[in-house]
Design a protein around this ligand. Structure first.
Ligand code: GDP
Length: 457
């Protein structure tokens, strides 16, 4: 699996998909996976935990004349399976973004929407190169799909009406990108993908333009990101926790994307925990079984080691306090203490400023906690306490200590109220807000404060 003869090898670039709700992120990921599967025999894609690996061979099979595989030495593309900028900002690696590249999905009829703008802000802040997927071209009135044609030729073959409608919408998106400070153009006109954002018209529904998108992503990585992909394949594995999950027979496990080095069964690892870094020994490295076997056998197969870039489930004792978004580091060539300090330093970068009085914030991951804290700072809402995890009795007790009425509130982002906290909440003078969209959560809270203040006048 891992090539031990070369210390320096190029790993697969990690790709994330972002965009406004309903613009087609999930459909695009499904289509990429689906067409990759139908492209070749089983094994044309490798299903990882939390990610899908599309090898170069498969991409070139799908892209036909668009790509010459001999131009590439990067192995393919690893797509993170959970779309959305929430998961994107959660997934950090050494202070930066875990994803090397992003696909920003924009509904070609709908243009930029609030979450498109939010995603752009995050991409700008993290300096992540991206490509725009102008999705749903099939909904253009009069659109007539040209099977198997590159999207540029397919567009040329459309009726005048479809052409002009689509052009208008695409130029609207290019204009909106320009308003956001990015120069952009249709991808076949872009020479330098670092200076200009390539826009790829496509349909996640019919699959038109999807090979073009994969080609652009591959070309962008190969031309501009090759150095960043050079890793020491035998070095100590480094990764990021996607999710903490209880798994029958294994207890608490962490789904991890490995972006550097190699993780081996039996390795000692340090994982960012809710209170302290967790030091533990790997009991099993798990991957999904090959697609055909999923229903007949246990869901996972054990592997001896896993090299970057890959998604893997780590089973080890004491992982129940692990945090989504936190680092995972293998202890090799260094002492446990050194690695613990590294993990602490990495976590300390995620700073949330708290005050003596304010709201209690709970979020599902470190990244979302940070995003919540940023949004609240902009809205000038002070934070009393901010933590990762579901809403527990302790949080209600803390919220009650806030000494201004409007502050006696808990803002929960992507978290649940624990059952044993339900009666505490009923009996407390604390208002709970829960939402899966940050700006709505902040807006709900602000509206509540305004109403309260108005009632008092
Ligand atoms: P997400 O919220 O961004 O993940 O969006 P989804 O992938 O769930 O898509 C939202 C809706 O748009 C679903 O009903 C999809 O079937 C539909 N959709 C997505 N892509 C396309 C497309 O290319 N063409 C058409 N006609 N519908 C699409």
């Amino acid at each position: 699996m891992t090539d031990h003869t070369h210390a320096d090898t190029l790993r697969t670039p990690i790709v994330a998909v972002l965009g406004h709700v309903d613009h087609g992120k999930t459909s695009l990921l499904d289509t990429i996976r689906g067409s990759a599967v139908s492209e070749g025999e089983a094994g044309a894609i490798t299903q990882h935990i939390g990610a899908t690996d599309i090898p170069l061979d498969t991409i070139s099979g799908m892209a036909g004349e668009l790509i010459d595989p001999s131009d590439f030495d990067l192995p393919g593309l690893l797509f993170i399976d959970t779309p959305g900028h929430h998961s994107f900002s959660t997934l950090r690696a050494r202070g930066g973004a875990l994803a090397d590249i992003a696909v920003l999905v924009v509904d070609v009829n709908d243009g930029f929407q609030p979450q498109t703008e939010e995603a752009i802000d995050i991409l700008r802040r993290t300096g992540t190169p991206f490509v725009v997927a102008a999705n749903k071209v099939d909904t253009t009135p009069g659109w007539n799909p040209q099977d198997g044609e590159p999207i540029q030729r397919s567009m040329e073959a459309q009726s005048e009406r479809a052409k002009s409608m689509l052009d208008e919408n695409l130029y609207e998106i290019i204009g909106q990108l320009s308003d956001a400070g990015f120069s952009a153009d249709l991808y076949w006109r872009v020479q330098d993908f670092q200076k200009n954002i390539g826009v790829v018209p496509l349909s996640a529904l019919t699959g038109e333009g999807v090979p073009d998108l994969l080609t652009v992503l591959m070309g962008l990585s190969q031309r501009f990101m090759k150095e960043e992909m050079a890793i020491d394949v035998t070095g100590p594995g480094e990764g990021t926790v996607l999710e903490v999950k209880d798994e029958r027979g294994f207890g608490a496990t962490v789904d991890t994307v490995v972006y550097d080095g190699v993780i081996r069964n039996g390795d000692t690892v340090v994982v960012g925990g809710q209170d302290e870094p967790i030091v533990t020994e790997i009991r099993a490295l798990l991957r999904p079984r090959p697609l055909a076997e999923i229903r007949t056998e246990k869901e996972f197969e054990k592997v001896g080691e896993i090299g970057a870039a890959a998604g893997v489930k780590i089973a080890a004792p004491d992982l129940d306090q692990a945090m989504a978004g936190a680092p995972v580091r293998v202890v090799r060539d260094r002492t446990v203490d050194q690695v613990v300090e590294e993990v602490k330093a990495e976590l300390a970068e995620i700073e949330v400023e708290t005050a003596d009085n304010g709201v209690v914030v709970k979020a599902d991951t470190l990244g979302s906690l940070e995003a919540m804290a940023n949004a609240l700072r902009e809205a000038e809402v002070p934070i009393l306490r901010a933590e990762v995890g579901d809403i527990a009795p302790r949080d209600i007790a803390v919220a009650e200590t806030a000494n201004q009425d409007e502050h006696k509130a808990i803002l929960g982002f992507n978290v649940d109220l624990l059952q044993n906290a339900e009666s505490d909440l009923e009996n407390a003078d604390v208002k709970l807000f829960k939402n899966e969209v940050i700006y709505q959560l902040v807006e709900d809270y602000e509206r509540y404060v305004e109403e309260k203040q108005r009632a008092q006048q």
